[in-house]
Design a binder for this molecule. Structure first.
Ligand code: RIB
Length: 301
């Protein structure tokens, strides 16, 4: 079984701030750093650092070549990663507060310039039973879902950041939806997140054939199988000091999928994912804070 992640690669420009900038305000940053990021890249790194072989497909400009090097240094297969020197690599402007929370403005750049031909060429290398991981930071998502379904691939979708296009996707074709509370509430059609059980039950009604993983921030995560049965919960793993939450959701998703690929019971996959996310939160940056399984005994249990 092969794993393909068709996903974004971003240059994260991170300012640490006393508070998030307000309308009309000019705010001096306490520090500025540039990191590798992008939900796609982060999730590929989490898979690779957990020990899974993953192919990353996507697009960068010449300014993003260091992102490819970071993926390769973690063992990600970059055969399907395009470099177009006429384009700018996607980038994110990120503010991180003293409490470790973030807010992000994205410029899609090369992530939004995938062509139908590149998608066909890439997916032609994958077959029934192979896994496709997707987020919502590249263009042509509907076409990717359609073609991958035609090839019998098993699709794991993290519809982040949420956008109108997600409602136009045929979500019945997805094997597993991986959302946070806000994305879950939007998909369920209840606006703001209230009781997550209610959101989950609406999602199960709307998408009865889809497995749903919902991360609940400090409350942990919950999984609802499409085959029914009890919800599976995992509490959030303790973190001594929250330094930077950027990439924690991506780490959770990569490690969770890693467990599924290895054939672990969902509860075990969730437990390791929760521990991996806790390690990520304790370090600043996105890609560089994604833990390697071999460096943490609690990720090897
Ligand atoms: O999920 C975190 C990521 O979101 C950042 O790395 C940023 O690039 C945005 O894509």
């Amino acid at each position: 079984m092969n794993v393909l992640n068709f996903g974004s690669l971003n240059i994260d420009n991170v300012c640490r701030v006393a508070h998030f900038v307000r309308p009309g305000e000019t705010l001096a940053a306490k520090s500025f750093e540039r990191f590798a990021g992008g939900k796609g890249l982060n999730q590929s790194l989490a898979l690779a650092r957990s020990g899974i072989t993953v192919c990353h497909a996507g697009k960068i400009g010449a300014d993003g070549l260091f992102l490819k090097e970071i993926l390769q240094a973690s063992g990600v297969d970059c055969r399907f990663l395009q470099v177009d020197e006429t384009l700018l690599t996607g980038c994110a402007m990120i503010q991180v507060s003293d409490t470790g929370e973030n807010c992000i403005v994205l410029y899609g750049g090369a992530n939004q310039e995938l062509t139908a031909e590149e998608i066909v060429r890439t997916l032609a290398e994958f077959d029934a039973g192979d896994i496709l991981l997707l987020q919502n930071e590249v263009n042509h998502l509907a076409e990717i879902v359609e073609m991958a379904t035609g090839r019998g691939m098993r699709i794991f979708l993290n519809p982040a950041p949420m956008g109108e296009n997600i409602f136009r996707l045929d979500l019945k074709r997805v094997d597993t939806l991986m959302v946070n509370e806000i994305e879950g509430a939007e998909l369920a059609g209840c606006g703001s997140p209230g009781d997550f059980r209610e959101v989950l039950s609406l999602l199960r009604e709307k998408y009865p054939t889809v497995n749903i993983l919902m991360t609940l921030g400090a409350e942990g995560a919950v999984y609802a199988s499409s085959s029914g049965g009890e919800l599976v919960f995992v509490p959030a793993s303790p973190v001594e000091k929250v330094v930077d939450t950027t990439g924690a959701g991506d780490t959770f998703i990569g490690y969770f999928l890693s467990g599924i690929v290895q054939g672990l019971p969902v509860a075990d996959a969730l437990k390791t994912a929760s521990r991996a996310a806790a390690h990520c939160i304790a370090v600043k940056g996105a890609a560089n804070s994604i833990p390697w399984r071999g460096e943490h005994p609690d990720l090897q249990e």
